[in-house]
Ligand binder design. Structure first.
Ligand code: GTP
Ligand code: MG
Ligand code: ZN
Length: 319
């Protein structure tokens, strides 16, 4: 009857609490309860069995935990609540199926630097497509705005801004844009993603000075030897919500995306897609293509179209 999320084991040994899985370590999960406690918990019998099948617990999942000292951890996870979103990738090591990197994200933030390292609009488009394919809202953060004139910073991702993505211009040095960005993170579950050196860690520390990013709050007794933290870690935010440090948009890559799905991952293409002459138009060589017409007229940005072609080639093994 119940091999889907939402199944409940009989609760023994109350107290019971609902919370969010913030970290996973070798079968022991750290759960942040809604009343702000941090508990180590393991999956109770039947859920554990099911976890090897269709139902895989992931960081970000909402769960019910029950105190139960008879098992290895002090708490047992008795229920996994239904997910509203997931960021998934291929299971590692040739195993079948997917691995959920983070569940229940509300949004991803693609972070780039205005300079040092040089920003790459095509790499940004790749991040945005991955977010779209996973059904996640995306924001763009241009950090290190202290390094270039304001107009130069605003020109960098003008094409993506025109496509409808919110862009935040920030600097850890001057504090520009930090309050506005913090307001967008409050009460939501967000993941930062972006190339190395763009200032993700610096930004997190500036946004939330109280966050101890080194803290892996799983207790020492549980976390020894063979147990190593795998995957994302969610940091609870002071006013509610979570921030994931490495959501691995990059690690997720283009997994699960088909070439024919890519056009719809460009928001500015969507309303044009039913206007091409051929229903199976690839928007590359066909006559009467509404996308290419829009590129020619300037309604769709050339750089965005170039990203489309590049990602399509990549998925088809051309590149
Ligand atoms: N000028 C300037 N430098 C910054 C800013 N933000 C971060 N930096 C510097 O950029 C360098 C890299 O910052 P990190 O926060 O480590 O970058 P990261 O994105 O976390 O990098 P990885 O952890 O390797 O992915 C550090 O030397 C920071 O001091 C900024 O807004 N302006
Ligand atoms: Mg970092
Ligand atoms: Zn077309």
């Amino acid at each position: 009857m119940n091999d889907t999320p939402g199944v409940t084991e009989p609760a023994i040994g109350a107290p019971e609490a609902d919370g969010v899985v913030v970290q996973g370590t070798g079968g022991v999960w750290e759960v942040r309860t809604d009343d702000a406690r941090s508990v180590s918990a393991s999956l109770r019998g039947r859920l554990k069995h099911e976890a090897h099948g269709a139902l895989k617990l992931a960081v970000g999942d909402r769960v019910t935990v029950v105190r139960d000292r008879s098992e290895g951890a002090a708490w047992s996870i008795t229920r996994i609540h239904t997910r509203r979103s997931k960021l998934a990738r291929r299971a590692p090591g040739g195993a079948r199926g997917e691995r959920v990197v983070v569940a229940n994200l509300d949004q991803v933030l693609a972070v780039f630097a205005a300079a040092r390292p040089e920003p790459h609009p095509r790499m940004l488009d790749r991040f945005l497509v991955i977010a779209e394919a996973n059904g996640l809202a995306a924001r763009i953060v241009v950090n290190k705005c202290d390094l270039v004139p304001p107009a130069a910073a605003r020109a960098l991702f003008a094409e993506q801004e025109a496509a409808g993505y919110p862009v935040h211009y920030t600097s850890v040095v001057t504090g520009e844009g930090v309050d506005e960005l913090r307001a967008e993170l409050a009460g939501r579950s967000s993941a930062l993603s972006g190339p190395s050196g763009v200032g993700k860690s610096s930004l997190m520390n500036t946004l939330f000075p109280g966050l101890d990013l080194r803290t892996a709050a799983i207790s020492e007794s549980v976390n020894k030897g063979r147990h190593t933290t795998v995957g994302a870690v969610l940091h609870p935010l002071p006013g509610g919500g979570f921030l994931a440090d490495t959501p691995g948009l990059r690690e997720v890559g283009l997994w699960g995306i088909e070439a024919r799905d890519i056009p719809a991952c460009f928001p500015e293409f969507r309303r044009l897609l039913d206007r091409c002459r051929f229903a199976d138009c690839t928007h590359t060589v066909e006559p009467g293509c509404a996308i290419r017409d829009a590129v020619a007229s300037g309604a769709v940005a050339r750089g965005r179209y170039a990203s489309y072609v590049k990602l399509r080639d990549e998925l088809q093994g051309v590149a």
